[in-house]
Ligand binder design. Structure first.
Ligand code: AMP
Length: 198
């Protein structure tokens, strides 16, 4: 199975991807995690991405596309994967279509986690405050200011993908504002309906 999890920052893509990985035994490919690993390792990609990520902007398409292309050519990706945080722009989606086609593969579904943006902001801000109060380490881009910028980037550059995948008939919208197990159940339901439709 090959899936995309689409949704704004803080919508729960990472959490849901982990739960789907456990259930379906496929890989979670998070471009955010890959880029953070590159930053930590101080690779050339990491050095290019560091400041952009810290400010809440999007890393150039060519960089992310090449990271994903490398990753999905590896043997363990053959059993399927969940893309978490990729694609984030229409050109990234077009590149993904092309690379999947080259491998003779296609996407099964794009799960759109739908959230109410102001409720999301309140939820994230209180999570950040609670983590700070507990003395936990926060991600560099986990501040209310950067979060506003990440949300703006989502609206301007990523939200058009909702239409892009709706037109392909593979978009599955799911309410992301209910609790974590309920979101997982709704995703599983959407995937079952998809399987039945075939
Ligand atoms: P995430 O962990 O998915 O929220 O990603 C954290 C940050 O990594 C984002 O705010 C971007 O700066 C960068 N990033 C992750 N995935 C992408 C992508 N597909 N395209 C561009 N930038 C990305």
């Amino acid at each position: 199975m090959r899936l995309i999890l689409l949704g704004p920052p803080g919508a729960g893509k990472g959490t849901q991807a982990e739960r789907l990985v456990a259930k379906y035994g496929i890989l979670q490919l998070s471009t955010g995690d890959m880029l953070r690993a590159a930053v930590k390792a101080g690779t050339p990609v990491g050095r290019q991405a560091q400041e952009i990520m810290a400010s809440g902007g999007l890393v150039p398409d060519a960089i992310v596309v090449s990271i994903v292309a490398d990753r999905i050519s590896q043997a363990d990706a053959r059993k399927g994967f969940i893309l978490d945080g990729f694609p984030r722009t229409v050109p990234q989606a077009a590149s993904l279509d092309q690379m999947l086609q080259e491998h003779g593969l296609s996407l099964d579904a794009v799960i759109e986690l739908r959230v109410d943006e102001s409720a999301l902001l309140r939820r994230i801000e209180s999570r950040i405050a609670a983590m700070k109060a507990r003395g936990e380490t926060l991600r560099e881009d986990d501040s209310p200011e950067v979060l506003h910028k990440r949300l703006a980037a989502y609206r301007a550059q990523t939200a058009p993908l909702v239409d892009y995948y709706a037109r392909k008939g593979i978009l599955r919208p799911v309410d992301g504002m209910v609790d974590i197990p309920a979101v997982t159940a709704a995703i599983e339901q959407a995937l079952t309906e998809h399987a039945r439709a075939w």
